[in-house]
Design a protein around this ligand. Structure first.
Ligand code: AMP
Ligand code: GLY
Length: 428
């Protein structure tokens, strides 16, 4: 079948890499894609949110399946658009309905969902302009630190961890009164701070059954030793030593199954991924967040470790046949190290030539995934903050990270930076 993948990051390069290995994939189209996805299919210059242009592309290219990478089109209703269109309704869309995507698109929705299903998460309250003064009182009495979250999507910037009451009051006012994130911050969730190490688990579900397709630990801070500003993710490792075993079993029993059962009980139309953002508080799993998609750069380690045919998994999801699938994983360890543009996550330049890609000395253990790149004539140039994610298999985390760094040493673009300490706490 012909497949259209929406997105343009490292996640989409990893999904393309995996999908073209499927016996069910005839031709792959990526909208809009990057210089890496172009190696596996046809990039089409269509935005992930331009559903009408996607419709034209689907009809022209006999697309039978659409796989949605990022959250934005899901929250904006891409699934529902295809379902409601006479010409598109038979296309299989991998991604939840707009209603289901609120698990990520509205913090207030996801917190209420967790409460209804007794899923462990931080204690919270929600406020908007109508109960703004009650919110200020709530903050004044809250223990420190306090976590403030804009309800809606805020490009990864909507969560602020405040260490003083004054700062929390300022952020609260900035979000609600000054509409810092527009409508996304007209409602704010105020949450108890949970202290622990985070990891994420990825599930594919049809809203009734589910399969765990992988897990990972992301390194979010720009600086080594987890210092400096938050980013989209500077690197990942999988499997994560503390997740395997008891912690995962607790997460399945207390969080993953109650979530899927909750989707089923509430009849929520959900055929896609759930990203469980978990935190380990003294050995006990709590839910920090849900995302309605795969993570980036988590996908760059999850896809290489997953042995199954991914398109077969998507078909099983669509046909409610996930119970027929046996998931198997590569037994090795995987790590990815992300190279970013100078200045990221602040301002950075684009269109900088990347050299070294065409004559890499690379073994079968490493894969160079493109994130923010673009082909311009014969050159590949930077086109985003996160530029490349180099994934490697290894005997252990240290070995895998070492191999990725050896590949990155051969690549250059002005301002290029990557963390050399991914996986540092698991060093062997
Ligand atoms: P979210 O968008 O909800 O994932 O939040 C972004 C990041 O903020 C998370 O990955 C955590 O590192 C941090 N965070 C969110 N909520 C909490 C919390 N209740 N306690 C501690 N850290 C949190
Ligand atoms: N790496 C975190 C995310 O994809 O949200």
């Amino acid at each position: 079948m012909n497949i259209l993948l929406l997105g343009s990051g490292g996640r989409e390069h990893a999904l393309s890499w995996k999908m073209v290995q499927s016996k069910f994939c005839t031709q792959l189209f990526i909208a809009p894609g990057n210089a890496g996805t172009a190696q596996y299919g046809t990039n089409v210059n269509i935005s992930v949110n331009d559903f009408e242009a996607q419709k034209k592309c689907c009809l022209e290219n006999n697309i039978a399946m659409v796989v949605v990478g990022p959250e934005d089109p899901l929250v904006k209703g891409v699934y529902d658009f295809y379902q409601q269109d006479e010409a598109l309704k038979n296309i299989i869309v991998i991604g939840p309905s707009a209603y289901g995507a609120q698990l990520e698109g509205s913090k207030a929705f996801s917190k209420k969902f967790m409460q209804r299903h007794n899923i462990p998460t931080a204690a919270y309250a929600e406020f908007d302009a109508t109960n703004f003064s009650a919110g200020k009182q709530y903050i004044a009495q809250h223990s420190l630190p306090i976590v403030l979250k804009a309800d809606g999507l805020a490009a990864g910037k909507g969560v602020v961890i405040c260490t003083t009451h004054d700062e929390a009051l300022q952020v609260f006012e900035e979000m609600i009164v000054n509409k810092q994130f527009g409508d996304a911050s007209s409602r704010v969730v105020i949450e108890q701070f949970l202290d622990g190490i985070e990891a994420s688990v990825f599930v594919l579900t049809d809203g009734k059954e589910y399969k765990i397709i992988g897990h990972a630990k992301d390194y979010k801070r720009i600086g080594e030793g987890d210092t400096g500003l938050n980013t989209g993710g500077m690197g990942c490792v999988s499997p994560v030593p503390f997740v395997e075993g008891t912690f995962m079993q607790k997460a399945i029993n207390r969080i993953i199954e109650p979530t899927i059962n909750g989707l089923a009980k509430e009849n929520i139309n959900y055929h896609g991924f759930v990203f469980f953002g978990l935190i380990n508080v003294n050995g006990e799993p709590f839910t920090i967040e849900y995302n309605c998609r795969l993570g980036d750069p988590e996908t760059e380690v999850v896809m290489p470790l997953l042995k199954n045919d991914l398109v077969e998994l998507f078909l099983a999801t669509h046909h409610s046949e996930l119970h027929k699938i046996n998931i198997t994983f590569d037994e090795r360890t995987c790590a990815t190290v992300v190279a970013v543009s100078g200045g990221y996550p602040g301002d950075y330049k684009k269109n900088i030539e990347i050299t070294g890609l065409s004559n890499l000395k690379i073994t079968q253990d490493s894969i160079v995934f493109h994130a923010g790149t673009k082909q311009v004539n014969e050159s590949v140039v930077t086109n985003g903050g996160r530029v490349l994610a180099v994934t490697s298999f290894g005997e252990n985390i240290t070995d895998a990270v070492q191999k990725s760094k050896a590949v990155l040493e051969q690549i250059h673009f002005d301002g290029m930076y990557y963390r050399k300490d991914i996986g540092y706490e698991f060093e062997q």
